[in-house]
Design a protein around this ligand. Structure first.
Ligand SMILES: [Zn+2]
Length: 153
């Protein structure tokens, strides 16, 4: 998208000047958060610009669509970035725990397999403790992973 209309004919220029405090062409509903982004195609110059920010009724029937200010846009952008960071951190933590548990399980299996069959089946207490730790953390780790991935998994 370009907003440079220097090459556009006067016919292509916006009729009304845009307010400086609003995002050009973006309106939203304060009740249902519906967002409409208007674009204008300038056929003669082949460019695309922001549409108007005029109010109109929300298509969901809740009230008017209001122009979005740059401050609202910035706050929503930062909130989205924070939410995405938190989600990624939760998924990373859950994955890290699952990988750690897989390593613990593999190590326990190696220790068990190293013991000759002729030896008594009594295993060292530290191995039994490690296996108990693995079992106690496994279900919680899977729950955390499923929560981190969201409701559709
Ligand atoms: Zn609405």
């Amino acid at each position: 998208m370009t907003t440079d209309l220097a090459g556009a004919s006067p016919v292509d220029q916006p009729v009304r000047p845009q307010r400086a405090d609003v995002v050009p062409g973006v309106v939203h509903c304060a009740r249902c958060d519906f967002r409409l982004v208007r674009k204008t195609l300038y056929m003669l110059s082949g460019t695309v610009g922001a549409g108007d920010s005029d109010t109109e009724p929300c298509p969901n029937g809740c009230g008017p669509l209001w122009p979005v200010t740059w401050e609202q846009e910035a706050r929503e952008g930062y909130k989205l970035a924070d939410d995405l960071f938190d989600r990624a951190k939760r998924a990373e933590d859950a994955l890290r725990e699952l990988v750690a548990l897989k390593d613990i399980k593999d190590e326990c299996l190696r220790v068990r397999q190293r013991r000759p069959q002729s030896v008594t089946r009594v295993f060292p207490q530290d191995l039994l403790d490690t296996e108990a730790d693995y079992r106690s953390r496994k279900d919680a780790a899977w729950v955390a992973a499923r929560v981190a991935l969201g409701p559709n998994v």
